[in-house]
Design a protein around this ligand. Structure first.
Ligand SMILES: N[C@@H](CCC(=O)N[C@@H](CS)C(=O)NCC(=O)O)C(=O)O
Length: 232
């Protein structure tokens, strides 16, 4: 049994995308980041960066004590290694998945997050920041689009954890949509993943856990999410 500490945001969706593809038994433990659940001491004990997602695997492969993991990329790798699914077992295939997984973790995710912050949440418009992150996200979408030339999925013929990491970050802000018209391969790939029954179950789970996802944030939610600079 796996406990999934989760809130339906792009980083949270990555893990339900994986879990819904497999028959791993899991329980969702909501971490309402707008209410500050991520700062509770019991949560910080498994996720010291005060972010979700995190997991606790109560039946690890070595038969030992439960294993906890934070950081969505580390969680995807853990689950892929545990199940030997959605990651190639040969070193050449594996390195490709690792490259694109880390590309998402270090590039597409953080840059799109900043794009969203300055377009949707910042208290006043800062044109330099808006332009910088818009340009950077468009550049990254161009990189992904070129990668998908002649490939069904990022690593080749097979759907992998690299796709699961990237998919939730393609244009996640309804209030600040990007124009995907120039990225036909990204649109084709996105539609193929959206059509998977597991993807639909993953997003339905998100709507169940937080029926008000996508609604404007209250001032208190913004204070909790954007106002905490350090926790002693
Ligand atoms: N690099 C982390 C980022 C996780 C992350 O940013 N999570 C956000 C929601 S998408 C969060 O928990 N925010 C709470 C906070 O910043 O206090 C990962 O990929 O797991």
């Amino acid at each position: 049994m796996i406990d999934l500490y989760y809130w339906p945001t792009p980083n949270g969706h990555k893990i339900t995308l994986f879990l819904e593809e497999t028959n791993l038994d899991y329980t969702t433990k909501p971490v309402d980041i707008g209410k500050g659940d991520q700062f509770k001491p019991e949560y910080l004990a498994i996720s010291p960066n005060n972010k979700m997602p995190a997991i606790v695997d109560h039946a690890p492969a070595d038969g030992g004590a439960p294993i906890s993991t934070f950081e969505s990329g580390a969680i995807l790798l853990y689950l892929a290694n545990k199940t030997k699914r959605f990651i190639p077992q040969d070193i050449r295939g594996r390195i490709v998945v690792n490259e694109w997984l880390f590309w998402q973790m270090g590039g597409l995710g953080p840059m799109t997050g900043q794009y969203g912050h300055f377009n949707v949440y910042a208290p006043e418009p800062i044109p330099y920041a808006i332009e910088r992150y818009t340009r950077e996200v468009q550049r990254l979408l161009g990189v992904l689009d070129r990668r998908l030339a002649g490939r069904a999925f990022i690593a080749g013929d097979d759907y992998s954890i690299a796709d699961m990491a990237c998919y939730p970050w393609i244009n996640p802000y309804t209030k600040a949509p990007l124009d995907l018209t120039p990225f036909a391969r990204v649109r084709r790939w996105q539609a193929a993943i959206a059509a998977r029954p597991a993807t639909q179950r993953a997003y339905a789970k998100g709507a169940e856990v937080n029926p008000s996802a996508g609604q404007p944030m209250s001032d208190e939610e913004k204070r909790i999410l954007f106002g905490v600079s350090a926790v002693a």
